[in-house]
Write a protein that binds this ligand. Structure first.
Ligand SMILES: *[C@@H]1O[C@H](CO)[C@@H](O)[C@H](O)[C@H]1NC(C)=O
Ligand SMILES: *[C@@H]1O[C@H](CO)[C@@H](O)[C@H](O)[C@H]1NC(C)=O
Length: 465
């Protein structure tokens, strides 16, 4: 079936070709305005004839420019959506859950991931605001497991040492399995766009890549802090060791001297100080997550996931065999009184990261904690590749909680416009307000990189359909 429609207020004729499989090809034909004006002055009966001629021309152009009818099967494949709920975690005022859920519900098969979002809900499915349950982070990690393998409960992802269990990390570049996740965000989850633009996608479940006898599985790590009745909400969310009365980390090792806060003080089962006399019920919570994907096809251009860490202290003198040293967290020292008076209180951290192979950025987003003022990724020559700034909440409402980062702005460069060269050294910068100290903050930059562009740039694909 072929439909033709003039887009309102423009000289564009949209030609929709519905193939048998209901895969839709959209062609945008730009009709010069004089022709449209002329068309308007014609009598009605001639309209059909002119449109038919345009259509015939379009079909001819299509027929000539495409190698085979098969090549028309572009892109507009059906996007599927699945909504899942994680196993439960139980929190009471002050308590912390840092759970690793293995072999979670996830789309199966050879597919391209297009979108991932999540939120904390209660047993009735009500969304929980950040000022009650602070979502420090969640991450989704990929691994292969022998079909019969049962993951040890309560075990950290990187702690599992078993030949039946193989972590499949992203493209890098932190050492070992640090920051190897496919997706992961924190308090900003609700208002951060994660969609991968057409015709790109994150390829997973390719049977040719999964080792014989293994299957692809997914791990969800949720780290949440119940700050109802907290003596110091920000202190609890920044995991200040004194508020948690913690002197040893989650493995029972003494904290290193000078360590005042961060993930080593708010591990699973720890408790942040709550106002005396505060009574709040223990409750069961869940992470509800939404995945969108499409079946894999040759028309999808795969993208690689890179996560950069502003604390990465790679020694760049070492040549190609660089050992990265990503520390995840850092502290922001308070500024001087002079700077405070002059409103000049910013803490800027930078890290250099050399990309073994380059490509085209199709998406970018940063991750920061409260106090964050934005993060920028630069090329070797100082050009800005992507900037991402926090959106702070303004009210008590879910998704708009005052004082919290409820979203991060994203970059969607026009495909082909932002290129990283092979071997290029990038700079990631993370900017925080230092008008007060911050502990255990993060400065991550997540980008999706396509190593090549879609072959056919002839066809304009209308993703609004
Ligand atoms: C803090 O921990 C110590 C033992 O590590 C304990 O003796 C003390 O009572 C705790 N303080 C509070 C306020 O919970
Ligand atoms: C840090 O953020 C502040 C406030 O948005 C801005 O004025 C300043 O220029 C930024 N600094 C850098 C190095 O980006």
């Amino acid at each position: 079936m072929v439909l033709i429609r003039r887009a309102p207020y423009s000289g564009r004729l949209n030609l929709f070709i519905y193939t048998q499989k209901m895969k839709i090809l959209t062609l945008a034909i730009i009709v010069p305005t004089p022709l449209l004006l002329w068309l308007r002055h014609l009598e009605r009966k001639w309209h059909l004839l002119v449109i038919s001629l345009v259509l015939l021309l379009a079909v001819l152009v299509l027929g000539l420019s495409l190698p085979s009818p098969d090549a028309i099967r572009i892109n507009k494949v059906k996007t599927r959506t699945s909504v899942y709920v994680s196993p439960k975690f139980v929190l009471e005022p002050g308590s912390v859950a840092d759970k690793y859920f293995y072999n979670i519900h996830f789309p199966r098969g050879h597919i391209a991931m297009k979108y991932f979002n999540a939120e904390v809900i209660d047993e009735e499915g009500n969304p929980i605001p950040l000022h009650e349950t602070y979502l420090h982070h969640w991450v989704i990690e990929r691994y292969y497991a022998q079909a019969s393998y049962v993951e040890p409960e309560l075990s950290g992802f990187e702690d599992i040492k078993d030949p039946d269990f193989k972590i499949v990390r992203n493209s890098g570049l932190c050492q070992n399995n640090v920051l190897g996740q496919y997706y992961g965000l924190g308090s900003e989850t609700r208002k951060t766009d994660t969609h991968v633009p057409d015709p790109f996608g994150i390829e997973i479940g390719n049977p040719a890549e999964i080792p014989a006898g293994y299957e692809e599985r997914w791990m969800l790590n949720v780290h949440a802090i119940d700050t109802r009745g907290a003596e110091d909400r920000l202190g609890c969310t920044e995991c200040r060791c004194d508020l948690y009365n913690v002197t040893k980390d989650g493995w029972g090792q003494p904290l290193r001297p000078g360590y005042t806060g961060g993930l080593h003080c708010c591990y699973d089962g720890t408790k942040c100080s709550v106002k005396q006399g505060y009574n709040g019920v223990k409750r069961s919570l869940y992470l509800r997550y939404t995945v969108k994907w499409v079946d894999w096809s040759d028309s999808i251009v795969p993208v690689k996931i890179y996560i950069f860490d502003v604390t990465d202290r790679t020694d760049h003198s070492g040549g190609p065999s660089l050992q990265h040293d990503c520390r995840n967290e850092y502290n922001v020292e308070p500024c001087s009184v002079v700077d405070l008076v002059n409103d000049q209180c910013f803490d800027n951290q930078r890290a250099m990261i050399t990309m073994p192979t380059g490509g085209y950025i199709v998406y970018g987003v940063a991750h920061q904690h409260t106090g964050g003022r934005g993060s920028t990724l630069y090329g070797e020559d100082g050009r800005v590749l992507c900037s991402s700034v926090p959106i702070y909440g303004q009210s008590e409402e879910v998704g708009d909680e005052a004082g919290y980062i409820v979203g991060m702005s994203t970059c969607y460069p026009h495909p082909g416009s932002v290129k990283i060269k092979d071997g290029e050294t990038l700079v990631v910068g993370s900017n925080y307000s230092s008008s007060r100290p911050h502990i255990g903050v993060m400065g991550l930059f997540y980008i999706l990189v396509a190593e090549h562009l879609p072959k056919s740039s002839l066809l304009s694909l209308d993703s609004s359909l």
